[in-house]
Design a protein around this ligand. Structure first.
Ligand code: GLN
Length: 221
């Protein structure tokens, strides 16, 4: 696949797990651009919307005037990956409330597993993304309840969809950036049409992640 744009991948830098995505892209030799205003979107092949708190992120998007700009750039071909709260932001339908960006034909339910205490780790095989099981971290995660139109389901388990993609969007209700695995970041970089030098999943500055307490992730509400 040919690189569509030259400015690489951006990470929405308003709230939530920005540094962890930045670190994972750096391990893939992809220097990410932090996005806080419209001009920062110029030339991006992809944008990551991190986990955090979706109501807060939605309000901040409006305050910095990025809501329409992100929609326009997505329509023009910029890929978007929403992790957890980010997946809520890109969903076309959010149970009980208005959608925020509405870029992907999915129905999502916030806090689908219950409270913060219902957060968990698990492993799953996602054949489109990696040849071996991947560690998944769910933090007060949403559930994708339905997907339509051009959406392909990447991981469905226990009656809900955990990962899905459309031609210009990727949604994961879990947090690959909080595990040592680079598989989903590699997948998104390739989806954006960018070249990739290979990088090990085990090397890198996030050892001991399994020991990390949930309280240290409390900003991912
Ligand atoms: N529960 C949060 C929300 O509804 C999402 C949590 C997360 O991103 N880890 O916005």
């Amino acid at each position: 696949m040919r690189a569509k744009e030259s400015a690489g991948i951006g990470i929405l830098n308003l709230q939530g797990g920005v540094a962890e995505h930045f670190d994972h892209l750096a391990r893939l030799n992809i220097p990410a651009k932090l996005v806080k205003e419209r001009g920062h979107l110029d030339g991006l092949a992809g944008l990551i919307i991190p986990g955090g708190e979706s109501t807060c992120l939605g309000k901040l998007l409006r305050i910095v005037n990025l809501t329409e700009a992100i929609k326009e750039r997505n329509r023009a071909g910029m890929n978007i990956w929403g992790t957890c709260a980010g997946a809520i932001l890109i969903a076309a339908r959010v149970v009980g409330q208005e959608p925020i960006l509405g870029l992907m034909d999915i129905t999502i339910e916030r806090n689908g597993f219950g409270s913060q205490l219902a957060s968990f780790h698990k492993w799953a095989f996602v054949p489109a993304v990696a040849g071996e099981p991947i560690p998944l971290t769910f933090i007060r995660a949403p559930k994708i309840l339905a997907a339509g139109g051009d959406v392909k389901i990447l991981l469905e388990q226990d009656g809900y969809i955990a990962a899905a993609e459309s031609p210009a969007a990727l949604a994961t209700v879990f947090h690959p950036e909080l595990t040592p695995s680079l598989a989903f970041h590699r997948y998104f970089v390739r989806k954006c049409g960018l070249g990739l030098k290979d990088a090990s999943d085990t090397a890198g500055p996030t050892p001991g992640w399994e020991m990390t307490s949930w309280t240290s992730h409390s900003r991912l509400a």
